[in-house]
Structure formats: structure tokens, C-alpha cells
Ligand binder design. Structure first.
Ligand code: MG
Length: 176
């Protein structure tokens, strides 16, 4: 059964370990490894009926290569990549594009979570846009200090395994 909670999710250092990325001469990622538990997470989201939209900064072909290569492309209903949008997170058009891709409206924002590793991009972007922000804090890269008040995540998880129980809890609260 479809869940009420909607999941927007980043790729690099949220699902994919950026340190494993293999690039071609044009800077396109040819392949990359998932974080431990990330494949199981995507499969579980799909199995449990969560609608998932990729909201990722980078080149279209990079994400195509990675997620077609690992067979997980069909775990995402929506697919929003900054190269096509023309700006990167935390800019609003990235989130506007995700709303459009998922056929969502302003009234739906309260039931959308944005999951990502980057406080400046994912968390600030979600907070400013009015989404629930979940910080995936398992990469040593990028920001780990809240430098501006709107970088403060609503929730923090330390592993892919920890995300699903949080989503179940938040989804349950929507059904009350
Ligand atoms: Mg990232």
C-alpha cells in the first residue's frame, strides 16, 4: 500500500560513496559503490510503498550510469538532476522540479522529507522550501557544523539502517 510520506533523496554521500566514483575524461561518473545498507534501503522503500524522488546535483549521465549499472534506477519514481534544472541545491528550482516530477502541490510539503548528507545543500534547501529535513550523517566529507540557523536538520540519522524506522515513525504520525 502506498505510504503518505514522500521521500526526496540525494545521491552522493547519501546513497553512493563519493570516494569510490570512477570518472571518464569529461568528468562523468562511470560507476560508483553504494554505501553499505543503501541498496537495502532503496529496496525497502520500494517494497514498503514509499514514493521516492532523486534530487541530486551533478551530470545526468553520471546518475544514469550509476543507477542503471547497479540496477536500482527503478527504485526512483522521480529523477531530478541539477544539470537539467540549471541550478543546484539549495536553490528552489531543484525542489520545484521534484514537486513537478512527483505531481505534488504546496499542501503536500508537510508530508515530504528531504534526505541528504550536505547541510548547506540538502538540509538548508529543504528547510527553506518547507520540507522536513533529515541529515544522513555518515560521510566525513563536507559540512559537519551548522554555520547558519537554517542548516539545522529536523532529524539526524547515522546509518542507512536508521532511516527506515524514522520514516515509519513520521509516516505513522501523518495517519493520526
Ligand atoms: Mg550529497
Amino acid at each position: 500500500m502506498e505510504k503518505r510520506l514522500i521521500v526526496f533523496i540525494d545521491s552522493g554521500d547519501t546513497l553512493i560513496d563519493e570516494s569510490t566514483q570512477v570518472y571518464d575524461e569529461k568528468g562523468i561518473v562511470l560507476e560508483a559503490e553504494l554505501y553499505e545498507g543503501a541498496k537495502a534501503l532503496l529496496k525497502a522503500l520500494q517494497r514498503e510503498g514509499y514514493r521516492v524522488c532523486l534530487v541530486a546535483d551533478g551530470e545526468w549521465d553520471s546518475f544514469k550510469n550509476v543507477y542503471e549499472g547497479n540496477g536500482l534506477r527503478n527504485c526512483f519514481e522521480g529523477w531530478v538532476v541539477s544539470e537539467k534544472v540549471g541550478v543546484q541545491k539549495p536553490e528552489r528550482p531543484m525542489f520545484d522540479a521534484a514537486m513537478t516530477a512527483m505531481h505534488l502541490m504546496d499542501v503536500d510539503k508537510q508530508r515530504i522529507v528531504m534526505v541528504g548528507n550536505n547541510l548547506k545543500k540538502d538540509i538548508a534547501g529543504a528547510n527553506r522550501y518547507g520540507l522536513v529535513s533529515i541529515w544522513m550523517d555518515w560521510s566525513p566529507r563536507y559540512f559537519h557544523e551548522v554555520e547558519e540557523t537554517d542548516w539545522t536538520p529536523d532529524y539526524t540519522v547515522k546509518s542507512p539502517e536508521a532511516l527506515m524506522p524514522l520514516l515509519e515513525k513520521l509516516n505513522g504520525q501523518l495517519n493520526i
